[in-house]
Ligand binder design. Structure first.
Ligand code: SF4
Ligand code: SF4
Length: 204
């Protein structure tokens, strides 16, 4: 006959005194352990829509869609597929905004009748190039960069115009009256390609 090991014996005694390790779910609501790694959740306020987590996710559980023709303005929809996620936490570790844009939660009850409903989304305001209309970045991402650059923000019209618009101190009428297709186009919110075009142009 094999005798139980000391550790197993101690655990059995502890279980008699403290009750079983398993919970009485579904009779009683289950409270996960404090170190439980549950489904990651986006924080709409703290996520800046940089797509870093989408790049790092090993199973492509994060995706995005840029909606340019929304009546309320262009937006980036960040999508987390809860049925694909393996709860590895790489997205949280890689998040550029102090690991706060997406965080593992203690949510564990994820069953659904329809697998197609197994996703969650947040929306971020998107900034478009004022010449070609292509997406540049989310407004919060440009402001995040500007915060880190400090006064160097004023070396990039895209950054300082986004910052000044946020402060409500840009005269849009003045900007509209500046002639197009010349060097004056540099004082606009531009993508890298259009910035290069306006910088290298020979027209006045
Ligand atoms: S926890 Fe891992 S698998 Fe899930 S979204 Fe984050 S990086 Fe992807
Ligand atoms: S801010 Fe964080 S959560 Fe948001 S897109 Fe970037 S890496 Fe992902």
């Amino acid at each position: 006959m094999k005798y139980p090991k000391l550790r197993e014996l101690l655990e059995a005694i502890r279980a008699v005194a403290k009750g079983p390790y398993t919970s009485k779910f579904p009779k009683q609501a289950h409270v996960p352990h404090r170190n439980f790694r549950g489904q990651p959740k986006f924080d709409e306020e703290k996520c800046v829509g940089c797509l870093g987590c989408e790049e790092i996710c090993p199973v492509e559980a994060i995706d995005h869609e840029d909606v340019l023709d929304d009546p309320e303005g262009p937006k980036r929809v960040m999508i987390h597929y809860t049925d694909t996620c393996i709860f590895c936490g790489e997205c949280e570790a890689a998040c550029i905004n102090d690991h706060q844009g997406i965080k593992l939660s203690d949510e564990w009850e994820l069953s659904l009748f329809e697998r197609s409903e197994a996703y969650e989304t947040i929306e971020k305001e998107l900034v478009l190039c004022e010449m070609c209309g292509e997406p540049i970045a989310c407004k919060d991402h440009l402001l995040w960069i500007s915060d880190r650059l400090g006064e160097l923000t004023y070396s990039s019209p895209t950054l300082y115009l986004t910052r000044l618009r946020e402060l409500g101190v840009v005269d849009e009428n003045l900007l509209e009256n500046i002639p197009d297709q010349g060097r004056s186009d540099r004082v606009k919110v531009l993508c890298a390609r259009c910035r290069r075009k306006t910088t290298l142009t020979t027209e006045d």
